[in-house]
Ligand binder design. Structure first.
Ligand SMILES: N[C@@H](CCC(=O)N[C@@H](CS)C(=O)NCC(=O)O)C(=O)O
Length: 221
């Protein structure tokens, strides 16, 4: 199997971490998305987005949630997507929450301004753009903190895809120098430290630091 997409993308990272946790081997092809997407990437995903999971038989899944659902069921070992109806749907909702309330609303801005621009475009961050979206952080973190009120992980006592998703997206906030305030969101801060200390995330962080280690304040565990 091949995983197309640069590993700094939280959606590529979600799949890398899932495959690492499940012990699935894959070849990583660090394709870039968007305006610079290759014809090969556009053939697999007309949106020009990453990741794309290419199966050994030539089929491909151009979306990390679709690919996660496939991998979790098709490969043996621990299931990260709950099998039960309600728990399964709730986990997908939490993934959607992280995508809409964090990635789309503010993570993208923080990461692009503070990491992508200085690292790859030799440009200074536009902190004005960050200021425009900063007020979106507290309600999103409040919601995640509430999910952790009685359980070790977001949807239950078990680690699920929602956790791999949240930890992957919020790792980019850490790369952008925005740590979760442990006084205001103590459970979320502790949870992220636990998640990022897992071997699969430590490996992902090591890979990230090869690209942005001169910028990110995150250090290898
Ligand atoms: N729902 C998609 C989102 C993928 C996505 O937005 N990827 C970003 C990189 S983090 C991308 O390719 N952006 C380029 C673009 O939208 O043109 C998934 O989960 O795979």
């Amino acid at each position: 199997m091949k995983l197309h997409g640069v590993s700094l993308s939280p959606w590529v990272r979600r799949l890398m971490v899932l495959m690492d946790e499940k012990g699935i081997e894959f070849e990583h092809v660090p394709a870039v998305p968007g305006e610079n997407a290759s014809a090969e990437l556009r053939r697999m995903n007309p949106l020009g987005r990453i990741p794309v999971l290419e199966l050994a038989d030539g089929r491909f899944l151009p979306d990390s949630l679709a690919a996660s659902l496939y991998l979790d069921k098709a490969f043996p070992g621990q299931h990260f997507v709950p099998q039960d109806g309600w728990a399964r749907s709730w986990d997908v909702w939490l993934c959607e929450f992280v995508a809409s309330a964090i990635f789309s609303r503010f993570e993208g801005t923080f990461f692009v301004q503070r990491v992508v621009r200085p690292a790859f475009e030799k440009a200074a961050p536009d902190e004005g753009k960050i200021a425009e979206v900063s007020d979106q952080i507290p309600p999103a973190y409040d919601y995640l903190e509430a999910q952790l009120e009685d359980t070790a992980y977001l949807s239950s006592a078990e680690l699920t895809l929602a956790d791999l998703t949240a930890a992957s997206v919020l790792l980019n906030m850490r790369h952008a120098g925005e740590e979760v305030d442990a006084v205001r969101w103590p459970k979320l801060a502790d949870y992220l430290n636990r998640m990022h200390a897992r071997p699969a995330f430590s490996a992902a962080i090591k890979k990230d630091l090869e690209l942005i280690g001169h910028i990110s304040p995150v250090r290898s565990a």
